[in-house]
Unconditional design. Structure first.
Length: 117
């Protein structure tokens, strides 16, 4: 059984920062296997489709949605089976439920991020 547990969401004012964490556990991550998988963060705003925010490969290569480039940073700690999303200069349009994804197949339960004054 695979589990992805996100945390770190909340309410923040425009221009603020949040750091999301996703801890992975389960059979496919046993031993040091977490390090071989690509991981990603997606988000879904009300009435909109889920979209890719950022992704990181096993080798550490990253890519970002144009809307978050220069503001968000994805990183991973393979020793702790964790992937992070550092979000700076947050805007109201970043408001969404943020989901962690593993190898395009597994999803976390999501964490709400609300950017509002």
């Amino acid at each position: 059984q695979v589990q992805l547990v996100e945390s770190g969401g909340g309410l923040v004012q425009p221009g603020g920062s949040l750091r999301l964490s996703c801890v992975a556990s389960g059979s496919i991550f046993t031993g040091s296997l977490f390090r071989v998988y690509g991981m990603g963060w997606y988000r879904q705003a009300p009435g909109k489709q889920r979209e890719l925010v950022a992704a990181i490969t096993s080798g550490g290569t990253t890519n970002y949605a144009d809307s978050v480039k220069g503001r968000f940073t994805i990183s991973r700690n393979n020793g702790e089976n964790t992937v992070y999303l550092q979000m700076n200069s947050l805007k109201p349009e970043d408001t969404a439920v943020y989901y962690c994804n593993a190898i395009g197949a597994y999803w976390g339960q999501g964490t709400q991020v609300t950017v509002s004054s």
